[in-house]
Design a binder for this molecule. Structure first.
Ligand SMILES: Cc1cc2nc3c(=O)[nH]c(=O)nc-3n(C[C@H](O)[C@H](O)[C@H](O)COP(=O)(O)O)c2cc1C
Length: 179
């Protein structure tokens, strides 16, 4: 079974990447893992043209198609996202917007292979969990419209830099045991 771990931060070596790395090494004994960063992919913003509502295809072909192909190949999807202004970073949101051809609210729509399981991890610098829950809601909303089953989530508060992650490693490993 393949697991795709997505660092949804534009920072390739920060706290989010460190958490994604812990998850990868923890579950790699049980899954064939691949880790990517949203910053590995270059794509344009959705133009809102709604062509995909009647064609199930985007009028543009770019890195968003490449990332969606990786999601399609994976059985387990784990999105790890920091809070940027109390929501997911713009780069990740821009990718989700480009997934509208796959959104199940219109017919026809493209589909990913069925049976996928999705997990959401959110982190933030501030101390309160509701902001993490808001990000988790955004990720699970995305999974829902792709018909990826939401199987678990983790919110991590009080994390700013990658150095803040190691004291939380056990919490992250415990979460991984449910994946
Ligand atoms: C542009 C920007 C906006 C941020 N906004 C918030 C915020 O609204 N709430 C919060 O708790 N942390 C916020 N943070 C802090 C990040 O969530 C935190 O530092 C996280 O560890 C960043 O991970 P990264 O370096 O992997 O992107 C923000 C950081 C940046 C760069």
């Amino acid at each position: 079974m393949k697991a795709l771990i997505i660092n949804c931060s534009p920072v390739r070596t920060g706290a989010t990447a460190t958490i994604a790395g812990i998850i990868d090494s923890e579950i790699s004994t049980r899954y064939e893992t691949e880790s990517v960063s949203i910053d590995d992919f270059s794509f344009s913003f959705c133009k809102g043209c709604r062509s995909c509502h009647s064609t199930a295809r985007c009028v543009m072909e770019d890195g968003s198609t490449e990332l969606m192909s990786k999601i399609d190949l994976a059985d387990i999807i784990i999105c790890v996202s920091p809070s940027y202004w109390a929501d997911i970073p713009g780069q990740f949101k821009a990718f989700i917007d480009r997934c509208t051809p796959w959104c199940n609210t219109h017919e026809p729509h493209a589909t990913v292979r069925s049976g996928k399981k999705g997990y959401a991890v959110a982190l933030r610098t501030g101390p309160n969990m509701p902001e993490c829950e808001r990000l988790i809601g955004s990720i699970e909303h995305f999974y829902g419209h792709l018909e990826i089953e939401c199987c678990g989530h983790l919110g991590l508060t009080s994390i700013e830099y990658k150095e803040d992650v190691s004291p939380r490693a056990q919490e992250i490993r415990d979460f991984c045991s449910s994946i």
